[in-house]
Structure formats: C-alpha cells, structure tokens
Design a protein around this ligand. Structure first.
Ligand code: SAM
Ligand code: SF4
Length: 438
C-alpha cells in the first residue's frame, strides 16, 4: 500500500517535547513529507507523548482508540516520546494499528525508520539509549521567528522516587558549548531575540568539549550574543543550583530575572523519601541567594501533594513554605504512581480524595499570594516581548522578563508581535496583568 507523504503531529507534555516535535517536523520535511493540520488529511500520524503522570499517558491511548477501526484505515500511526520509551513494544499489543514506536533518544535514526515504514514494515521500533550525544539536527522547524528553544542537555541522572524521566529519557548527555553557541548565533542572525535553554536539569550541564564550561558560563555567554535580548532556562534542580547562576543574572541584563526552582515539598522528611537530595533548609538557602540579588528575581516552583506517607503535618510544612517564599507562580500536582519508580514500593499511599483536597488548598493559598504579588505591580512600568494579539478583546499579550503575562492596549494599528514594548501596569489578577503601552 502506498501511503501519501503527508503527516500530522500532536504533541503532549513539556517544553522539551514541544522542542523535540520541532526537530521531528524539520526532519520529516527534509525527508520530503508535508505537514497537514488534521489527522484526516494525513498519511502519517505522529503522537509525541508524555508519561509524567498517568492522565497524560492515557491521552494517547484515547486518541489511538478513536482511529482503531475505519477512521484509521490507510494511515500509518507512530507513537514517539516518553510513553513510547516507557511502554515499548507493548504499545503494538494495545494498539495493533501502530507501526512505529520510538523514544526521543532514537530521533537521530528517524530517516532510516521512515524508509522501513515506506517499505511497508508493520512494526518499527527505536527504543535504545545507544547514543551518548544529545539529538541535534540542522533541520529543526521553528514556527516562532522571535523566540526559540535550544536543548543544552538531555536525559537525567537523578532518581527522584516518583519520576519516570530517567527511564524515558535516559542518562544525561550535554551538547558541546560550541554547538549551542553556534545555534544561538544562527537564530540571532535570523531575527530571534529570546532564547530558552532546555534540559531536565540544566544545572548539571557540563560541556563535553575541552572548553569545559559549566551552566553559569554557558548562560552568560548565550546572553552576550549580539541580537539576543532575553535568555531563559528550565529546569533547575535545587541540589545543583549554584550561586554563580545568580551572579550571572545579576551582572547580565539579557538574562531574564526569573528562576524556576521546583521544590516538590516543604517537608525535609518527604524530600528525603522523594530522594530529592536536599533539605528544606538547603532549598531556602538558595531562595535567600535570589532574594538578596541586586535584580528582583521572580521565583516559580513545582509542588507535588499526596506523596506516599505525606502526613497532615508534612503538608502544613509545604503551605508554610509557600508563605515563606512567596512564589510568583507554581505548578501543583497530585502524586501519580508511575511504572518502574522507587515510590511504588512505599507504603501509606494517600487516597485520591485526600490528594484532591490538598491540591485545592495549595492552589487557593498560592492564588492569594499571587494576587498580592501582582497588585504590588500596579503603577509600575514593565517591558514585554509581545507574543500575540487577541482580536476578541482587542488586547496584545506579552511577557515580562519575570515571565508574567501582561495583556495591554496600544493606541495605533502597528504590528507588535516580536517587538519589545514598555507598558504601564493598570490592573492585576492572580494569573496576569493588564496595562497600556507607553
Ligand atoms: N526535572 C525537573 C525537576 O527536577 O524539577 C522537572 C521534571 S517533570 C517534567 C515536571 C514536574 O512534574 C516535576 O517537577 C514534578 O513536580 C512533576 N512530577 C513528576 N513526576 C510526577 C509524579 N509521578 N506525580 C506527580 N507529579 C510529578
Ligand atoms: Fe525527574 Fe528528578 Fe530528574 Fe527532575 S531531577 S527529571 S524530577 S528524576
């Protein structure tokens, strides 16, 4: 059967997956495939999957279920990314109409895998972690001309007791500083002004070449590239977060004054059970570096509630930590059991209703903190990098260096996307600010 060389791709999960999809799309286009907007138009259907929590994992199987019979006839289905790596060939049993199962460490072999599919192979896999290099391709297809992701490190060498990432993305592999700088320069030359450096744990970046830069040095150097006005990074593991990162932010205004430093829990006892490798006090020491910096650094975090054995007292300590740090925002999650992880062996799993109760309390507490924080910005002038125009409400949307969303009105019809505009903040909500361009 000849399948048309058109493809549809749907991406689930984190920024790392979003950027992997940009690389996959670029590779497919380079191989002569054409991207389409709907599954119906496509010969090849790619799902780039996330398995960080059970709900995320279920999404891909729901999609596949829909195309099991007639709707999927004549199409080739590919499951790539974290669920592919985690479930491997079991996916073929659960969804026999899938022909390709490949994890992110195998994307460099995508052209060879496509040849096998075109030749009619029914079950192609790419599941080995046999490359000690990060996947880097000149064909990355970026849709946004102003802001871009750059992967600096892939995989994770930590073993947090709840987390599948070390199993789905394999061991850490850093890219050479030369290839990162080269990519950033090329992007700057083509008009990109904002770069986000990506990795599961950017702080453990180690330049594998003789140059030997650490993360703080790489960050500072990317921020020094002519044309680059903003550099962000995600994610930081507190254990490897060192003071020179703050010193770099303090001395280089092109580095955004925002740090995402996931704490997960405010209880040292729970942090120990999670195998996070730091205590609450050590975490707070890092927060103090940021609070004492010359620039005002926005701090955001991730929180997990209902980890096995989390007592009411442990939970109170997390609420107390929120009050103490005063985060600009947080992502909060109910603990979700994941395959292969150490936490599966723990006792005292928390009932689902109790996890939901704790999650609601955390979110309400943080909402009040955010509202207070945002209200303090009314009357201030903030510079935003403009991202889009919402014609329904007649407002532009931009992001501040501190990663706050700011919706604003502008008096002329000028096209602002990708421009840097100064805004007077006139109103504040917990999730966003409202203002007027100056
Ligand atoms: N590498 C980053 C770190 O160490 O902070 C984050 C990786 S993960 C993609 C993003 C967040 O998902 C984590 O910070 C954690 O809060 C959450 N997460 C990971 N595994 C989880 C699980 N089993 N249940 C609930 N949340 C989880
Ligand atoms: Fe997962 Fe921990 Fe690695 Fe982050 S540091 S990806 S939470 S194992």
């Amino acid at each position: 059967m000849q399948v048309e060389k058109t493809f549809y791709i749907e991406t689930f999960g984190c920024q790392m997956n979003a950027h992997d999809s940009e690389k996959v799309v670029g590779t497919l286009i380079q191989q002569g495939y054409r991207q389409v907007e709907t599954v119906e138009e496509a010969g090849y259907v790619f799902y780039n999957t996330c398995s960080i929590r059970d709900k995320a994992e279920q999404k891909v199987f729901n999609r596949l279920q829909h195309f099991k019979k007639d709707a999927g006839r004549g199409k080739v289905f590919a499951v790539i990314g974290c669920v592919a790596q985690q479930e491997g060939e079991k996916i073929f049993d659960r969804a026999p109409h899938v022909s390709l199962v490949a994890g992110s460490a195998s994307y460099a072999k995508l052209p060879q895998m496509l040849i096998q599919l075109e030749a009619g192979a029914k079950r192609v896999t790419g599941l080995k972690f046999d490359s000690d290099e990060a996947f880097d391709t000149p064909f990355t297809r970026r849709d946004n001309p102003h802001r871009a992701y750059i992967t600096i490190i892939e995989g994770c060498d930590k073993s947090c007791a709840y987390c599948v990432v070390p199993f789905t993305r394999g061991p850490e592999r850093s890219r050479t500083s030369a290839s990162v700088i080269d990519e950033a320069r090329r992007l700057a030359d083509s008009g990109t002004t904002e770069i986000q450096l990506l990795g599961q744990n950017v702080n453990s970046y180690r330049d594998p070449s003789a140059t030997g830069w650490d993360f703080a040095t790489l960050l500072d150097q990317v921020g020094g590239i002519p044309g680059i006005r903003r550099v962000r990074f995600t994610t930081s593991h507190p254990r490897d977060f060192v003071k020179p990162i703050i010193d770099a932010i303090d001395s280089n205004p092109n580095l955004c004054n925002h740090v995402h430093l996931p704490v997960q829990s405010g209880s040292t006892r729970v942090l120990d059970a999670m195998q996070r490798l730091y205590t609450r006090d050590q975490y707070m020491e890092r927060i103090a570096w940021m609070k004492n910096a010359r620039r005002q650094i926005a701090i955001t975090s991730d929180i997990i509630v209902g980890f096995p054995g989390e007592t009411e007292r442990d939970f109170e300590e997390t609420l107390d930590l929120l009050d103490e740090v005063q985060y600009d925002s947080i992502f909060s999650f109910k603990y979700s059991q994941r395959p292969n992880t150490a936490a599966l062996q723990l006792h005292d799993h928390i009932p689902e209703e109790e996890k939901s109760r704790r999650l609601t309390i955390v979110q309400e507490r943080q909402r009040a903190i955010q509202l207070r924080q945002s209200s303090a910005l009314v009357g201030e002038v903030e510079e935003v990098n403009v991202e889009s125009f919402n014609s329904a409400i007649g407002q532009w949307m931009g992001r501040t260096s501190r990663n706050r969303t700011l919706n604003f009105t502008h008096s002329s019809d000028e096209q602002l996307t990708g421009k840097y505009v100064r805004i007077l903040v006139t109103r504040a909500g917990p999730a966003s600010l409202v203002g007027q361009s100056l």
